[in-house]
Design a protein around this ligand. Sequence first.
Ligand code: BES
Ligand code: ZN
Ligand code: ZN
Length: 497
Amino acid sequence: MTINIERGTAVTGRANLLVIPVFGGKTFTLKSIKGIPDDTFDRFLVLAERAEFAGKMDETVYLQLPVGRNADGILVIGLGEKGRDTAGVVREITGTACSFARRGGMKSVALVLPKELAKTNVIEAIATAVHLGEYSFDLYKKEPSKKHLDSFSIVVEDRKQLLAFRKVVEQAETVCDGVTVARDLVNTPAQEMTPTHLAEAALEIAKVSGELITVKILNEKECKALGMGAYLAVAQGSDEAPKFIHLIYTSPRPSKKTIAVVGKGITFDSGGLSLKPADGMMTMKCDMAGAAAVLGFFATLARIKPRVNIHGVIAATENMPSGKAIRPGDIVKSMNGKTVEILNTDAEGRLVLADSMTYIQREAKLDAMVDLATLTGACVVALGEEVAGAMGNDKKLMKEILQSADTTGERTWELPLIERYSSLMKSDLADLKNISSTRYGGCLTAGSFLAEFVENTPWVHWDIAGPAFAEKPLSSYLGKGGTGFGVRTLVEWVREM
Ligand code: BES
Ligand code: ZN
Ligand code: ZN
């Protein structure tokens, strides 16, 4: 799949499908739509009037062209009123146009960019939606699950911008490659995607990145020596060896800042002895989506070369029931010395994250720490399947993350960290317990638990349980399964540093 930037117009663009985006709104008239050949314009008007086409966002009219033209057909597609979140709208309509072409077995698409949309953020949005829309996970299928496009051209009028736009397309490709890494990791069944396999994926990313990225893998014994009692409590029920993964990206340019991204890496969450019901377990291979986002993010770094030193941390393990598994009521000691009474073995994410965060704060002086975790069903109840929750202790860092998420369209909403809710996580027997005294506000109390392991570091906890794994498509360009949620926002964030 290649994306080209071409100079030209609707008349010169060559493709199976020519896409003409048009704004709707008050000044909209069908007659003002440009790019339809004169001899077919009357036909177009009939079709568009019949469909009551008004340029609303994602509205379409398809016009078949006579044989021998520059395209087999034209898809006029609405952008809605001017002035809305342009990048978001463009991603959406690009996804729609590509799906339309794929469904019809078309191989090439050319999108004629309106003059007022000839901006780098729009080009990036188009390229991103094209790439993400092309994704499919066919490793276990005899026949591919969908048809693919060969090429997508963005047709612009002005020659001056060609070079800059081509560079943007290249960058979008790099980022989407990272998203693909994350999606593949999430979609791969847990039977294969073990902690060992995750560690190997990290080593592979470092290998292809040259000397900019190094990886350390700690085994169970080494984690024990460091006192990671919370992490190892989760791991003890599984026959799969736990692997603690620590990646380090060192900026090739001098950098004053050091940050850490921490991913929840439960390769399968059965719930442990507090076993999940069958329905709740079906998608639990996705419980390493935070880890996958960290790895997808690292896969882009050697090409993006951000000016900041970055640590990636993943305490990978399965959460399984067995004769060796942790029991409800057991008390464990975490790496920072706090003891935790484990009352529900299904609240395992916060345990592995606690030790991951303590570890990295002891290893490095951090200017920021972000954890990504499919942490609570409660977050999905609160915000739905398309929106992630974010909590934190630092206004500036929160603003950076929310702004980056807004730019990429990875919808994120801030939730509060409340002092009083910390008391809901206090245990009668230990310093903390891993579930709250109430069943309400489960996303917030999980955040409060994690806050107990933050040591004067600006921190954002990002609960991605909803959007990390799509049971129905998240948008026109993000289909079912692992979405790679988080990768694009992390890249956007460090790019701005
Ligand atoms: N991995 C789950 C959370 C989850 C739910 C992720 C749905 C993705 C989709 C997590 O480990 C979990 O089971 N959390 C429990 C916590 C509870 C026992 C306090 C939950 O949300 O029910
Ligand atoms: Zn769980
Ligand atoms: Zn979990």
